[in-house]
Design a protein around this ligand. Structure first.
Ligand SMILES: [Zn+2]
Length: 105
């Protein structure tokens, strides 16, 4: 499920997983990293901020995030209980905050 959006920064048309997204992937990444070199996590963060990805990308991204979450035996054991408690909240950040992330830098 994607929505037709227009980036407020570069005016580019892009398709987003988020119907309220106002920043395309390129602009999200640029604002995120500034003048430094992007790191691995920055690409995922930009994808999440912009929502500019296919359903397939969104799915694999979620798998990536989950695999990161579950790395480490103790962490995994500890998170079993946490995940049970807040499973419904895991992807809420995709639908919230948006403008706020970029307006103050
Ligand atoms: Zn843009």
């Amino acid at each position: 499920m994607t929505f037709d959006r227009i980036c407020q920064t570069c005016k580019k048309n892009f398709k987003s997983q988020r119907k309220d997204s106002t920043t395309c992937y390129g602009c999200a990444l640029t604002e995120l990293i500034g003048n430094r070199a992007p790191e691995g996590g920055d690409f995922n963060t930009a994808l999440i901020c912009s929502g500019e990805m296919t359903d397939e990308q969104a799915h694999s991204l979620q798998e990536d995030l989950e695999s990161v979450d579950h790395s480490g035996e103790e962490e995994f054991q500890r998170r079993i209980q946490e995940d049970y408690d807040d499973e419904d909240d895991r992807w809420d950040y995709l639908e919230e905050d948006d403008e706020d992330d970029f307006s103050d830098e």
